[in-house]
Design a protein around this ligand. Structure first.
Ligand SMILES: [Zn+2]
Length: 124
């Protein structure tokens, strides 16, 4: 079995396009999905202090040995206090923070746009 670990928003419009894209692009069978409203903003600012979120990621890494971690943000996010442009820019910081906390695993940063298509902003 092969896995990826995905950190995404709760938004139901994003899940299927994102999971399908990850499975196709990275040739994994399963995607562990960890969700919080406005996940990218959380990852970009204050992720290190969120022990509950870190525990969830650690569990996925330890139990499923994923090929990579994907951090996802999306258009029209209700859980994000910033506009789409600023939100998209936060993907850089989110990926950098994940790499710092979980060294040794590739990290991809993606944006799901207004047609619900996945754009990879940062390749692993
Ligand atoms: Zn959202």
């Amino acid at each position: 079995m092969s896995f990826a670990t995905c950190l995404n928003c709760i938004d139901g419009r994003t899940h299927l396009p994102l999971i399908n894209w990850i499975r196709d692009k990275y040739k994994v069978e399963f995607v562990d999905l960890i969700t919080e409203p406005g996940m990218i903003e959380l990852l970009a600012c204050g992720f290190q202090a969120n022990s509950s979120l870190i525990t969830k990621v650690q569990l996925s890494l330890e139990k499923h040995q994923p090929k990579l971690i994907i951090a996802a943000g999306h258009y029209d996010c209700a859980g994000c206090s910033k506009n789409n442009l600023e939100h998209k820019k936060d993907i850089d910081r989110a990926v950098a923070n994940i790499m710092q906390l979980f060294p040794g695993i590739p990290v991809s940063g993606v944006w799901i746009n207004d047609t619900w298509t996945v754009e990879e902003i940062i390749s692993p």
